[in-house]
Design a protein around this ligand. Structure first.
Ligand code: FE2
Length: 265
């Protein structure tokens, strides 16, 4: 089984490069399952229902998010619309599972691919240098105790490299992949851990690299040089598609390989 996981789709430039490459990447690698982090797909901040639907229409099976999930308020009603309706498309859009249980949405999706293979996707958020959440490690234990699928992909949306690597080791052999998102720069530590979990600290942004992690670089430099408030806008230049391809045995859920992808225009 082949899984494509695409890193943080950022703004319109990210959505365009994603559209440009998705079909041929899926076809050439025979991807059975497509997952993308979309928390910054709407202008670099948040995700609207229309953009979520657009990404699902393009071929994403599941969308994950993170700390920017509430930036566009309308996503709250969209996530709530999936309550009690397991087949709703909104159910395929996740927010981190270790948020307060009373907020809209959920952080676990279990589904079946077109080829009939069951899978699960878990979305977690780190706690180091981020806003307060419940413990992502114990939340992972809790969710794994109820998951039926062998193939399980975890998006660990976190700032600290150490926390992401720790999650990789914690879940090694228990999930198919632990993939980091949020920091927007792909890391070169792509590997399969000893017990069969594919791992990369950050998958990298699918968005404009002529930027500071997606935002117009002059605006970020102005902030660093003056400390003054100002608008942050999504950059456009040098868009790249970043993701990883994972091969796994659907009978065990163990990964046999993970490959890093970065495609430009
Ligand atoms: Fe983030």
């Amino acid at each position: 089984m082949q899984i494509l996981f695409v890193g943080d789709i950022f703004g319109s430039a990210g959505r365009k490069i994603f559209r440009d490459h998705l079909r041929h990447v899926v076809e050439s690698h025979k991807a059975d399952l497509v997952i993308a982090n979309a928390e910054n797909a709407a202008g670099g901040f948040g995700l609207t229902p229309a953009i979520a639907e657009e990404l699902l229409d393009l071929g994403c099976d599941v969308l994950t998010t993170g700390n920017h999930v509430w930036d566009k308020r309308e996503i709250m009603d969209y996530l709530s619309s999936a309550n009690g309706n397991a087949n709703s498309r909104a159910r395929r859009v996740l927010r981190p599972a270790n948020y307060a249980p009373t907020v809209p949405g959920v952080g676990l999706f279990e589904g079946v691919t077109k080829g009939g293979q069951s899978y699960a996707v878990i979305n977690l958020q780190g706690r180091v240098f981020m806003q307060t959440n419940d413990d992502p490690f114990r939340k992972a234990d809790e969710l794994l105790s109820k998951v039926n699928s062998k193939v399980i992909v975890v998006d660990m949306h976190a700032e600290a490299t150490s926390e992401k690597i720790a999650m990789g080791w914690y879940l090694d052999g228990r999930v198919t992949a632990v993939l980091g998102t949020h920091t927007h720069v792909p890391t070169a530590d792509t590997r399969v851990l000893p017990k069969g979990t594919a791992y990369q600290t950050d998958v990298g942004m699918t968005g404009p690299y002529d930027s500071v992690i997606g935002v117009e670089k002059e605006q970020i430099l102005h902030r660093f040089l003056t400390g003054l408030p100002g608008r942050f806008e999504a950059a456009k230049g040098d868009p790249r598609f970043c993701g990883v391809l994972i091969a796994c045995d659907p009978a065990t859920g163990h990964a046999s390989s993970i490959q890093r992808l970065m495609l430009g225009e």
